[in-house]
Design a protein around this ligand. Structure first.
Ligand code: MTE
Ligand code: MO
Length: 438
């Protein structure tokens, strides 16, 4: 017996999965024909080299900024709350070493900005990948990217604002920039490991430099892969890849020219148009970088008072007027002030050796030194130096610069000039010094 024929039912189609919302969440929204793994790899490789230099010099600066005067204690923040000096300059480094290191940190950090922006532009479709959370592995990767981009932007933004001496926040820049750096370095290390195979494949498929040969007419999109960086509907190119990289390079070069003078000084300073501290400070021997003018910290009256005396304490305490200090043996050295903010200035300083002052008050060569400024308020009024810096022949209580008295802005009646530490330790308008036996 034949089974009765059943009427054919229409096949039931599963309802369509909800697609990405319109706009940037749809891959077809992104149409640049230049985006692709090769372009991102090139920008990423350049950026990686720059960031490596910035990271190493940053860690050097961190340990130089807060040298331990005795083990585990430093003058600026007291007991260290950080990982400690991972990389530091040797204690007998030449006096220009910190200026070079920090000049590189700030300058390379600045010229990396156009590369960073181009790199972010090159991967922007990934920011809108749909669905926002997918498989666990994918979600973890996106979280890592969020951390990478977030900490990277934080480091660049806080760094740039800091060199402009602009602090529109309530946290301590040094701590925040330092801990932010560790998050950034860790996230970046992970990112490099994850993306390494993609970069290798892009260079193998496209050649490391081959795409640069193509002019505009020969600029073709990289091979499309679903879920990759190449647009599924690329527009006609309006610029070649080498044109784009040239533009980025020109941006970096402009930043270099507009800022380098602050670090290098000399005639270059006059073209440092973006230098936040100006380019000239008057005429004569005192015409060089002033970071904090005497008036701005209300120290003018105290510092120009002829009754000013310096208290020097050790095994005994003495109080010295400026003429008495001038009557002591004077020494002259050519030394830089190298600020953590990247600028530096090298001048001829004359004054009394710190070690002579230590001997005067009966301090041993192992004593470290704490100093206080007469400046009534604000940061950098107090610091300390390890014994090795106090013993250094070139460490001075400077009274004169370039053959004339210090100007008020440069720290008259007396300031510290120390050969191998950042400028922040060159305390101005000194009031007292204390040699402390370790
Ligand atoms: N008393 C006092 N000393 C100070 C400072 C300060 O603000 N107050 N600034 C320090 C910093 S951060 C630097 S880089 C140098 C800058 O020296 P200059 O202002 O003579 O250029 O001085 C250091 N000495
Ligand atoms: Mo500084």
């Amino acid at each position: 017996m034949k089974a009765p024929r059943l009427p054919r039912l229409p096949a039931i189609k599963p309802p369509p999965l909800p697609g990405p919302p319109p706009g940037p969440f749809r891959p077809r929204f992104w149409r640049s024909p230049l985006r692709g793994p090769w372009l991102t790899s090139v920008l990423g490789s350049i950026l990686l080299v720059m960031i490596a230099v910035v990271a190493v010099t940053g860690l050097i600066s961190h340990s130089a900024y807060q040298p331990d005067v005795v083990k585990g204690y430093n003058a600026i923040v007291g007991p260290r709350g950080d990982i400690g000096p991972l990389i530091s300059l040797p204690s007998d480094a030449p006096s220009w070493a910190y200026a070079l290191s920090q000049g590189a940190h700030v300058t390379i950090g600045l010229i990396a900005i156009p590369v960073l922006l181009a790199k972010l532009w090159s991967v922007i479709p990934r920011l809108f990948a749909w669905p926002p959370v997918g498989k666990p592995a994918q979600s973890i990767e996106r979280l890592a990217i969020l951390l990478l981009v977030g900490s990277g932007l934080f480091e660049f933004v806080t760094g740039v604002l800091n060199i402009q001496v602009f602090y529109p926040w309530h946290f301590l820049f040094v701590r925040a920039h330092y801990y932010g750096a560790w998050i950034f370095i860790s996230a970046l290390a992970l990112h490099v490991c994850v993306k390494f195979p993609t970069v290798v494949r892009a260079y193998r498929d496209q050649g490391v430099l081959r795409p640069l040969k193509a002019d505009l007419a020969n600029t073709k999109p990289e091979p499309f892969r679903p879920g990759g960086l190449v647009s599924p509907s690329p527009a006609t190119p309006t610029i070649s890849r080498r044109g784009l990289l040239g533009l980025v390079g020109a941006g970096s070069l402009a930043l270099l020219i507009a800022n380098l003078g602050e670090s290098v000084g000399g005639p270059l300073r006059r073209i440092a148009l973006l230098a936040p501290r100006g380019r000239v400070w008057g005429t004569g021997p005192n015409d060089f970088q002033v970071n904090k003018a005497a008036d701005s910290v209300k120290v003018t009256a105290l510092a120009s008072d002829p009754r000013w005396r310096l208290t020097v304490a050790g095994a005994r305490t003495v109080s010295l007027s400026r003429p008495q200090l001038m009557a002591m043996t004077q020494h002259t050295y050519e030394l830089p002030i190298a600020c953590v903010e990247g600028w530096s200035t090298t001048q001829h300083w004359t004054g009394v050796r710190l070690r002579d002052l230590a001997a005067l008050v009966g301090a041993s060569p192992d004593a470290f030194l704490e100093v206080h400024s007469i400046q009534p308020k604000g940061p950098y009024r107090h610091t300390a130096y390890p014994a090795s810096q106090v013993r250094d022949d070139r460490s001075l209580l400077a009274l004169c610069v370039n053959g004339v008295d210090l100007s008020l802005d440069h720290g008259y009646p007396a300031r510290i000039i120390i050969p191998a530490l950042p400028g922040v330790h060159c305390t101005k308008w000194l009031g007292s010094m204390q040699f402390v036996e370790a």
